[in-house]
Design a protein around this ligand. Structure first.
Ligand code: 48F
Length: 257
C-alpha cells in the first residue's frame, strides 16, 4: 500500500476525535501537567479510574524541566524517594536527607509511565471555567490554548467529571475561577484564597501535604496550588512535596469513587 497524505490526515483526525470523545465524561479531570498532576493521574489510572489531564502548554512537566534556575537537576527529600522509584526514575543520594534526580528523566519518565498506566493527556488545552451543579464542581470548560493566547472570540466546550483537581501551581487558576463566582466559599479559614508566602522550603513541603484537600465541593487542590490557596510558603526546586501531594489527592479520590 502506498503512503497517502489524506490517510495520514484522516488517521490523526479520527484517532484524536475518538480520544476526545472517550474523555468527555470521566471520574477525575486534572488541570495542569506539572509533577503533582502527573503523580495524581498516575495513581488514579493505576487504580482503574477514568482520568484525564489538561495542560495549557505544548509540553507536559510544568516547573520541573528547569530544576533550579535552569540547572536541570531536582532535589527530593528522603521520604519522597519511593515515589520516584515507583516510576523507575533513578536518584542519587546527596546526603542522608537530600537526593537528586535528572529533571529531564523525571519529567519524561513520569509522563510516559502515567500515560501507560491509563492517564489520557491533552496538551495545548486551557481550562477557563468550571461546570457547576447545585454548588458542586462537576466538570471543566476548555478551549484551545492558541485561542486563549490570541484572544479570539471562540466559545469553549465542556467536559464532565465527578471530581476536578487543580494542579495549576502558583497560579491556582481553577480555584480563582471558583472564588470569583462563589465568593467567600472556599474551604479556607476566610473562605478566600490566601495567596502564597515567601520561601521556606521545610515548612512549605509539610504544608503542601496538609493543604492537599477538597477546597470546594468537587474541587481538590494539590501541589503548589494547595499552598498558594491556603497561604503556605513557596519551596523552590525541592519536589518531594509535589510528589507526595499528588499521591495524597489520588488516594483521597480513590476512596470516594
Ligand atoms: O507549576 P507546576 O509544575 O505545578 P506543580 O505540580 O509543581 C510546582 C513545581 O513545578 C514548582 C515548585 C516545586 O517546588 O514550586 O513550581 O504544583 O505545573 C502547573 C501546570 O499547570 C498548567 C501550567 O502550564 C503548568 O504546566 N496550567 C496552569 N493553568 C492552566 C494549566 C489552565 N488554566 N489550564 C491548563 N493548564
Amino acid at each position: 500500500m502506498a503512503m497517502d497524505e489524506i490517510i495520514i490526515s484522516r488517521a490523526i483526525i479520527e484517532r484524536y476525535h475518538e480520544k476526545l470523545m472517550r474523555n468527555l465524561e470521566t471520574d477525575v479531570a486534572i488541570v495542569g501537567g506539572g509533577p503533582s498532576g502527573l503523580v495524581a493521574g498516575y495513581f488514579l489510572a493505576k487504580a482503574g479510574k477514568k482520568v484525564v489531564l489538561f495542560e495549557r502548554k505544548l509540553s507536559i512537566g510544568g516547573g520541573m524541566w528547569g530544576g533550579g534556575m535552569l540547572f536541570n537537576e531536582i532535589v527530593v527529600q528522603a521520604e519522597a524517594v519511593r515515589i520516584l522509584e515507583t516510576f523507575g526514575i533513578r536518584c542519587e543520594k546527596y546526603d542522608d536527607y537530600h537526593y537528586t534526580a535528572d529533571a529531564i528523566e523525571a519529567v519524561t519518565t513520569m509522563t510516559g509511565e502515567a500515560i501507560r498506566a491509563g492517564l489520557t493527556i491533552f496538551n495545548c488545552i486551557s481550562v477557563e471555567d468550571v461546570m457547576m451543579r447545585d454548588e458542586k464542581v462537576e466538570g471543566l470548560v476548555i478551549n484551545w490554548s492558541p485561542v486563549e493566547m490570541t484572544g479570539l472570540h471562540v466559545d469553549p466546550l465542556t467536559v464532565r467529571s465527578r471530581f476536578v483537581i487543580d494542579t495549576t501551581g502558583h497560579d491556582t487558576e481553577v480555584v480563582q475561577v471558583v472564588e470569583n463566582k462563589m465568593e467567600g466559599r472556599l474551604n479556607t479559614p476566610t473562605g478566600k484564597r490566601l495567596g502564597e508566602k515567601s520561601m521556606w522550603a521545610e515548612k512549605a513541603e509539610a504544608d503542601t501535604l496538609s493543604n492537599t484537600k477538597e477546597i470546594f465541593p468537587g474541587l481538590y487542590v494539590a501541589g503548589m496550588a494547595a499552598n498558594a490557596t491556603a497561604g503556605g510558603p513557596r519551596m523552590g526546586p525541592i519536589f518531594g512535596g509535589m510528589l507526595l501531594s499528588g499521591e495524597k489527592v489520588a488516594a483521597a479520590l480513590i476512596d470516594r469513587l
